[in-house]
Design a protein around this ligand. Structure first.
Ligand code: SAM
Length: 447
């Protein structure tokens, strides 16, 4: 992208009527700004900006520009954009600017499109994303199916919250308003609403507000099926918010035993706690910690968990059907960053697991760097083995070669869930057993 949107876009504080934004001083940045201004503010003249270089001009310029709504000042490496205006105006301006830069980033051009034009534009995979997916799905038809389905909204799955109602009773209630089926006889808590719904209809239904069901994409339910938590166990959900899998775990545990649900930030904790309250989970302790800091502390005690769920933050390639923004946000640097973080989370989490205990690692992405590579890292550095898992969705085995890297054969037992195989979103699940105590100084390992 031309000019560091993240630096440029900032939230407007209360009653603020003055904005000062900084962006990289380069030709692209200036062109981007020109494009936005010309479209939205044709009266604004920016023809002079190149004249005002160097610090000594700035104060004078600012004085003389008071009549203007905008001013661009070039100072060394940065361009400062000053905007004085009413708050409403500034909000709209920031909004337009953000929209513009997101779009420019996505299309890779400075081509401006109105919001309507953007809405009608069919989101496409960025070229590198496409190339990588073609490598993962070398069959032409397979890839075509993938490319087709990622543009279709996902089906409406809900999970019966068995802490509050039985699947049978819930089906009786829901079938009065919707066409519902239970597609998996072994898992009757999984319910598919097989009809078109109005926006928000599932969330606004009284049964949802009462916590009788949780709206959850079917593949996201697979991690807890793989974990198979039981009553009276000690279970850790390390990255838990918004609590889809925590509430599912509490239900599987029948509200017995102890479940620790952790997340990093207060806003995420608030969502998690609202979910658990609505679902009536009472065996759950919520903690607010960085995953590594939490595991680091816990591992220094004698306490160990029976089971751990690590549903890691990831690049989200599997969520294209529900969140088309992922097409926009996709970028290869993020994959590397997540991969490193995921390996660290896994290394630290394993230290808190009982010998013989189970850790399920899952992501909602297809990138091997965040999936098999993380498992390969665990297998090669810790006393763990990968367990085969039997899930009610079609799973493809983990891959063992990617980008000139060769992964352990063990990772084949991981489960890749593609949207075109199950009319679902995309997912990755892997189940590990800890075979022995972790003795060596894993902090020193080169992640
Ligand atoms: C994939 S989401 C988890 C979804 C959740 N398991 C569910 O099923 O509802 C990843 C979560 O990790 C949290 N997270 C990100 N960085 C973290 C960190 N350093 N420590 C703990 N949690 C973190 C995010 O806030 C986010 O809620």
């Amino acid at each position: 992208m031309a000019c560091g949107t993240k630096q440029l876009i900032k939230k407007l504080k209360n009653e603020e009527t003055h904005l000062e934004l900084k962006l990289e001083n380069n030709e692209d940045s200036l062109l981007s700004l020109e494009a936005v201004f010309k479209k939205f503010y044709p009266d604004f003249k920016i023809a002079n900006y190149r004249k005002y270089k160097g610090e000594k001009w700035i104060d004078d310029l600012y004085e003389s520009a008071k009549e203007l709504k905008f001013m661009i000042i070039i100072k060394g490496e940065k361009i400062r954009l000053k905007v004085d205006a009413k708050r409403d105006f500034l909000k709209k301006f920031l909004n337009e600017l953000e929209n513009f830069f997101e779009w420019a980033e996505y299309t890779g051009t400075e081509q401006f499109m109105t919001r309507d034009e953007q809405r009608n534009y069919k989101y496409k995979m960025k070229p590198l994303f496409r190339e990588r997916m073609q490598k993962l799905l070398p069959g032409k038809e397979d890839f075509a199916e993938f490319e087709k389905i990622i543009h279709i909204p996902p089906r409406n799955y809900v999970r019966c919250n068995t802490l509050k109602i039985t699947p049978k009773e819930l089906m009786q209630r829901l079938s009065k308003k919707w066409k519902t089926i239970q597609p998996f006889p072994q898992h009757d808590e999984i319910i598919l609403v097989e009809q078109e719904l109005a926006p928000g209809e599932l969330g606004n239904a009284i049964e949802h507000l009462l916590g009788y069901y949780y709206i959850q994409e079917v593949c996201s339910m697979m991690s807890v099926l793989a974990l198979s938590p039981e009553k009276d166990e000690f279970v850790l959900d390390l990255c838990a918010s918004p609590g889809s899998k925590t509430s599912q775990t509490a239900a599987k545990m029948e509200n017995k035993g102890t479940l620790m649900a952790n997340d990093l930030k207060q806003d995420r904790i608030n969502i998690l706690s609202a979910t658990l309250e609505r679902c009536g989970a009472t065996n759950t302790i919520i903690t607010k910690h960085d995953a590594i800091a939490l595991c680091s502390k816990l591992s220094k005690t004698n306490f160990r968990f029976d089971k751990i769920l690590l549903d890691a933050p990831c690049s989200g390639e599997g969520t294209l059907r529900s969140s088309s923004k992922t097409f926009l946000m996709w970028n290869p640097k993020i994959i590397i960053k997540f991969s490193r973080q995921q390996k660290k989370f896994l290394a630290f989490a394993l230290k808190c697991l009982k010998v013989g205990g189970t850790l399920v690692y899952s992501t909602c992405t297809h990138t091997p760097e965040e999936d098999e590579e993380v498992i390969d890292f665990a297998v090669k550095n810790f006393p763990v083995k990968v367990e085969a898992i039997n899930l009610p969705l079609k799973c493809r085995q983990g891959i063992t070669e990617w980008d000139n890297k060769v992964y352990s054969e063990e990772v084949k037992k991981s489960c890749r869930i593609y949207p075109q195989d199950n009319d679902s979103e995309g997912f990755f699940v892997c189940k590990l057993t800890l075979l022995d105590e972790i003795k060596d100084k894993w902090e020193d390992k080169n992640i």
